[in-house]
Design a binder for this molecule. Structure first.
Ligand SMILES: Nc1ncnc2c1ncn2[C@@H]1O[C@H](COP(=O)(O)OP(=O)(O)OP(=O)(O)O)[C@@H](O)[C@H]1O
Ligand SMILES: [Mg+2]
Length: 338
């Protein structure tokens, strides 16, 4: 598969499915943790499809507010809202004849989900503030890093839209479940970043590889990519030695949440970014994304200590119980209503 490294059985299955779905017009849903390669597969589906000469348009549904996302997708007419000074073409129109990749589809609001369902069913929509119906010929590929079935059960995602999207699901396995892919990926990134940094023959030490194969990769391929890039920049010679890896990858100083102060929190944020758990900063969303991850992890851990009791958890965290309740809902955490 173009641009995709890894020959493990689960990845071979991904390549097989990708090739198979590419020729059809059907909607594809890409599932999998952050950094597993969903965007690469979306692009591969487009490049292998009969639409390859048409546009490939990516929209990150998680990076924009509801109203901005609506006008980004469908466009708007002048005067539709205060800041609509001009008519604007939406991304669905821009993708005409090609593929639209709706990334983080789980982040869309219920109202927008109704409109998306209509596009999926009828290939029709109106620009915001307009009555004229627009028809497009667009192939839809969507991705989610949240469990949509669980969101449907909790009333956060429309069931009808889920079934419409889930025609051809492709699951990208986490890197820890295909650890044999780590060495070829590491070599691939070493070569790539060596070239970019004007170095040649970057050799990965056996010890480095041992650590890389032992680590659990919560940020998946993106995390591996970040560490290799960082190590190459830091390396003094043409060897990628284990001491260049972050301590927690070498099994030391695991990333842990104890009693946090501001400095700890800040360094943890940058760690999360480098682990690839927070996507590349996009439209100013990185801060909230990282803070959300830290918050989720913190609440989860304190809930565990307090055996899921909300009253105790709220008082230990020093936050209001209603606030805690909202956060638990938002992050879909397990808890006891007490
Ligand atoms: N099999 C692979 N071979 C080579 N590079 C890969 C592979 N899988 C992922 N990558 C690289 O890892 C990074 C993350 O991949 P990608 O953006 O496709 O992940 P994602 O599943 O969309 O993650 P997120 O849910 O965070 O958006 C990218 O730079 C991508 O090029
Ligand atoms: Mg992505």
């Amino acid at each position: 598969m173009t641009g995709m490294i890894g020959d493990s059985p689960p990845m071979r299955e991904v390549y097989r499915l990708t090739r198979k779905v590419a020729s059809s017009q059907a909607t594809v849903l890409l599932l999998g943790e952050t950094g597993t390669g969903k965007e690469l597969v979306a692009k591969a589906i487009h490049d292998l499809s009969p639409r390859r000469t048409g546009p490939f348009i990516r929209v990150n549904c998680g990076a924009l507010s509801e109203s901005l996302l609506e006008s980004e997708l469908f466009g708007h007419v002048k005067g539709a809202f205060t800041s609509a000074h001009e008519n604007r073409t939406g991304r669905f129109e821009a993708a005409h004849g090609g593929t639209i990749f709706l990334d983080e589809i789980n982040s869309t609001s219920y109202t927008l989900q109704v409109k998306l369902l209509r596009v999926l069913q009828e290939h029709e929509f109106e620009r915001v503030g307009d009555t004229r119906t627009i028809s497009v010929d667009v192939r839809i590929v969507a991705a989610t890093n949240r469990d949509l079935i669980e969101m449907v059960e909790r009333g956060k995602f429309r069931e009808d839209l889920f079934y419409r999207l889930n025609v051809l699901p492709i699951y990208l396995p986490p890197l820890r479940e295909r650890i044999d892919d780590v060495p070829p990926l590491a070599e691939f990134f070493a070569k790539k970043y060596a070239e970019e940094n004007g170095r040649q023959n970057m050799v990965l030490d056996a010890e480095t590889l041992t650590y890389l194969k032992r680590y659990s990769w919560p940020g998946n391929v993106r995390e591996l990519q970040n560490y290799i890039e960082r190590s190459i920049v830091l390396a003094a010679a043409d060897r990628l030695t284990a001491d260049l890896l972050p301590p927690h990858v070498r099994g030391e100083a695991p990333l842990r949440l104890g009693r946090l102060n501001r400095t700890d929190l800040e360094s943890m944020c940058s760690e999360l970014v480098s682990m690839g758990l927070a996507a590349a900063p996009e439209e100013g969303a990185a801060y909230n994304k990282v803070m959300g991850l830290v918050e989720k992890e913190l609440i989860q851990q304190v809930l565990r200590v307090c055996q899921g009791t909300q009253t105790k958890t709220a008082s230990r965290l020093g936050i209001n119980r209603n606030t805690l309740h909202k956060k638990i809902e938002e992050y879909s955490l397990e808890s006891d209503a007490r």
